[in-house]
Design a protein around this ligand. Structure first.
Ligand code: ADP
Ligand code: MG
Length: 885
């Protein structure tokens, strides 16, 4: 294909549209606020914690699909009032789809990218749901209409391909054969650029054929996702429409590639925390999406005149395939989708920033045209000349036999070429039609089965993949499981699915069904038993809420849905439901891979570490326990989610090894070194629980002796701790009863000395569970810059601590007094385990007298008697030894 020279230098910026969807059920239940607003094509987002903090962005289009709509009788979402601001699927298509089609018809390459966090509406915009068709089906519908209307001036050929990029592997979603291990290869040719070798391209001549192919692709996507236990939100779905137009009068062929890309959820790019985690996670989480971000940033820099040495197209599969779409020969549109809810603020802001960078990218699109038809004419003319020569040679006799042979060969070659050019399309189309008829027969058959038998319908976390697979339960008894050899078996594959997993008896019952860890199905009874056909209410959330309720985790009937439900509680509830199936999957994978670790969901109560005990926030965490040594890790939600992705990778690798795929890349899963193994972390001290020691008595200089309950984050008693607060003299002698104050204000401006004594633990649960463990207490008092830790005690359920520390305030301030009267010192119980080192007090920046008294409440200039701890460090260490500090 040659580029038309006249277009060579025209620049074309990536066009960017932003769309905001309605609240989903979760967000409505949580009483979410909408933090996105739009005026014409500008989008403003507001920080939910600081209403003054607003940011505005300007785009080519802004689509308000959040409110002002209604559902018409056919299920279509349309504006409530004619001319209302609601942007429906049609208006999005008119702006974006028509433009892309127009470009393609002119012979430009065109690309449409959907970017946004999972659940924000990428697939809704690209593919659509039910009657609310998205850009791709609408585009193909319009395309074939144009093709039909212009039949007399041009012949059009449309080829359809559909692929998925998951974890840097390209999967052909239309391939009829089994999946190629390691995925299809991406190759590069000078003329063509990067392309996927061996990708199935299906000739199409109608929109319904395209839709059917999309359905087929989605089905493949659903089954591979379940079999391999892969999460669709981490994969990119790419549809490639190749349009070839042959203008017979002008003897010109125009060709255009239309890339339609539903990108992976944007939320997973961030790492979950520590440096070690970052190293382990690397960019593996989603190399293609990370690289796409880097390419866009680099191109945006180019556009503003910055010097950019290298644009990392070659770093990932996706960016290779999109090279022409980004900074190259394509007209490109990005639709960035937003969730309107306050809890998605960070994600939405980052989507807007991303979109803003993409807006700056400049492409240089050219019309792709070539003289294919002319080639046929030229070949024909050449053949005519060859024939003439042959005739002449024939008359000249034997002498020219060799030349004759050569000419004949050339002639045949040319003829073959002509025929190939002319018949290829016809043949392809014929084959595709046969295929299509077969598929059509399958669909008709499925419809008939639906009318006769009960069936189960898959429900996926990704709504786009729900209801795609139907498994029919015919009369009698059916085995369900991996077995596909048995004649009476319904074959189901997936994590945790056994060879013979269950038996179905076709009797009259209605149920929901969960097989293994990730195979969720909705049971649809006999036709006579069916109510409304709309099963969309029973989505993935519904299943998981039901499961959570069965585990005793639920929101009261009255509170769910009412705006009075504490949003933070709801957030924890939804985190819990979201994580529950993932934890089940992680356990299953650990078991199948013999990792010897167990995962358990816990809800952590943050009030336990708040000095005033006020913080009502709760947080969902995952407790990881090694079965043998009983080592324990606590993972945050973010960390677990990222880790689970890496576990999936290991699991898929294992699956591939099992099935004898020698080409599988990556390290052998059984022998992963610990620093690469997502199931493992270095052992660290673990926060087990806290106790609050209230300080009020000190304000009156009254001594206090307490048996404190140390409570775990789930409210369970971890131990009893005997502690004392003793007001004392500057030499550490306990004060007499006469020194008790009636009015704490008397302390203001005066010196206050007191000792905190931690005597003994009773009934340490942590040690009772496994004797190879130890504990320490850590705490931070008032304005101390560092936490202090007691020495570690090991192996004993009731160990003696005998820890004593002396604090002094030289000129007691109002602030300290308020603190004493209203706060507690939070005593943290840290669990030590085999292989972890003790926690030590750093003392950096802490002030201490030569007698080892910690000075607190120092606002004024440095007192002469006090100096920075570091200069007395040696002395301190000696003191510490002597006093069993
Ligand atoms: P993504 O592909 O970004 O993960 P989806 O497109 O699957 O998200 O959308 C998630 C859910 O939100 C789906 O149930 C979908 O029907 C709904 N949704 C998304 N965008 C819209 C919209 N503009 N109008 C109505 N519903 C929407
Ligand atoms: Mg999607």
């Amino acid at each position: 294909m040659k580029a038309k020279a006249s277009d060579m230098h025209s620049k074309d910026c990536v066009r960017v549209a932003v769309r905001v969807r309605p609240f989903n059920k979760r967000e409505r239940d949580a009483g979410s606020r909408c933090i996105v607003s739009m005026v014409t094509s500008s989008v403003t987002i507001q920080d939910p914690r600081d209403s003054e903090n607003r940011r505005s962005f300007c785009f080519d289009y802004a689509y308000w699909s959040h409110s002002g709509f209604t559902r018409d009788h056919s299920g279509l979402y349309v504006a409530e009032e004619p001319g209302g601001r609601y942007a429906d699927q049609d208006s999005v298509f008119q702006d974006l789809g028509e433009g892309i089609l127009e470009n393609a018809l002119q012979g430009y390459n065109a690309t449409l990218l959907a970017y946004g966090q999972t659940g924000s509406g990428k697939s809704y915009s690209m593919v659509g749901y039910g009657p609310n068709k998205g850009l791709v089906p609408k585009l193909s519908d319009r395309l074939f209409r144009v093709v039909r209307e212009n039949q007399d001036t041009r012949q059009c050929q449309v080829f359809f391909s559909m692929m998925e990029i998951y974890n840097e592997q390209v999967v052909d979603l239309l391939s009829r054969g089994s999946r190629i291990p390691g995925g299809l290869r991406v190759r590069e040719e000078q003329q063509r650029g990067f392309y996927v070798e061996g990708l199935r391209t299906v000739p199409c001549d109608s929109a319904s054929q395209v839709e059917q192919l999309m359905e087929q692709g989605t089905r493949t996507r659903t089954t591979t996702a379940t079999h391999m236990n892969a999460n669709s939100s981490r994969s990119h779905m790419v549809i490639l429409l190749q349009l070839k137009q042959i203008f017979s009068k002008e003897s010109i062929t125009k060709q255009s590639n239309i890339n339609l890309v539903d990108l992976a959820g944007s939320e997973r790019q961030r790492s979950s925390g520590s440096e070690a985690d970052r190293l382990k996670e690397g960019t593996a989480i989603n190399l293609s999406l990370t690289t796409l971000g880097n390419v866009i940033s680099a191109l945006a820099d180019v556009a503003v005149g910055k010097k950019v040495i290298h644009i990392p197209y070659r770093d990932s599969v996706l960016t290779k395939l999109l090279q022409s779409a980004l900074g190259g020969n394509s007209r490109t549109v990005m639709i960035a989708t937003l969730s309107p809810a306050d809890i998605c603020y960070e994600e939405s802001l980052s989507t807007l920033r991303y979109a803003e960078r993409a807006k700056r990218i400049q492409n240089r699109p050219v019309v792709n045209e070539s003289p294919t038809e002319r080639l046929v004419k030229e070949l024909k003319a050449e053949n005519a000349r060859l024939l003439q020569r042959l005739n002449r040679l024939g008359q000249e006799g034997r002498r020219a036999a060799n030349e004759t042979k050569e000419l004949r060969q050339l002639l045949t070659h040319n003829e073959l070429q002509i025929r190939a050019i002319q018949t290829m399309w016809e043949q392809h189309l014929q084959e595709a039609l046969k295929d299509w008829e077969q598929q059509y027969a399958n669909i008709t058959q499925e419809r008939r089965m639906m009318q006769m038998h009960p069936y189960i319908l898959n429900i996926n976390e990704d709504a786009q993949l729900s209801g795609v697979i139907k498994l029919f339960i015919q009369e009698g008894e059916w085995e369900v499981g991996l077995c596909d050899s048995s004649p009476r078996c319904i074959s189901v594959k997936g994590l945790g699915i056994q060879e013979r997993h269950a038996v179905f008896k076709n009797e009259q019952r209605q149920d929901r069904l969960i097989l293994g860890s990730n195979c969720t199905y909705l049971f649809i009874g006999f036709p006579s038993e069916r109510g409304v056909d709309d099963w969309s209410r029973y989505d993935y959330d519904f299943f998981q809420s039901e499961l959570a309720a069965a585990e005793g985790i639920h929101l009261g009937e009255s509170s769910a849905g009412s705006s009075q439900t504490d949003p933070s509680l709801l957030a924890v509830f939804y985190d819990y439901i979201e994580l529950m199936p993932m934890v089940a999957e992680a356990n299953q994978m650990s078991q199948e891979l013999n990792k010897g670790v167990e995962f358990k969901l816990e809800i952590k109560n943050l009030a336990l570490s708040d000095p005033k005990g006020h913080d009502l926030e709760k947080e969902t965490v995952v407790r990881v326990t090694s079965v043998g040594k009983k080592q324990v890790w606590m993972w945050s939600k973010a960390k677990f989610v990222n880790r689970k992705f890496l576990m999936e990778e290991v699991y898929q690798q294992h699956q591939a090894e099992q099935s004898g795929d020698s080409r599988a890349q990556g390290p052998c899963t059984s022998a992963l070194p610990r620093d690469k193994d997502p199931f493992w972390d270095p052992v660290e001290p673990l926060l087990l629980g806290t106790a609050h020691l209230w300080l009020q008595s000190l304000a009156f200089r009254i001594p206090l002796e307490e048996q404190l309950e140390v409570l775990g984050s789930d409210g369970r008693e971890e131990a009893i701790l005997q502690a004392q607060l003793v007001p004392c003299s500057s030499t550490g002698l306990p004060l007499a009863e006469d020194d008790i104050l009636i009015d704490p204000c008397e302390l203001l401006g005066r010196r206050l000395d007191f000792q905190l004594i931690l005597e003994q633990f009773c009934g340490l649960h942590w040690i009772r569970e496994a004797r190879n463990r130890g504990v320490q207490i850590g705490f931070r008092l008032f304005d101390c810059s560092q936490p202090l830790y007691t020495p570690a005690v090991w192996h004993n359920i009731n160990p003696l601590l005998d820890y004593r520390v002396h604090f002094a305030s030289l000129h007691t301030s109002r602030r300290l007094l308020d603190y004493l009267q209203s706060s507690a010192v939070v005593l943290e119980l840290w669990g030590l385990q085999e292989g972890s080192s003790d926690l030590t007090s750093s003392l950096e920046g802490m002030r201490m007298t030569t007698e080892g008294i910690f000075i607190i409440d120092e606002t004024g200039p440095t007192n002469a008697a006090v100096s920075l701890m570091s200069s007395h460090f040696d002395l301190f260490l000696k003191l510490r030894k002597r006093r069993a500090f």
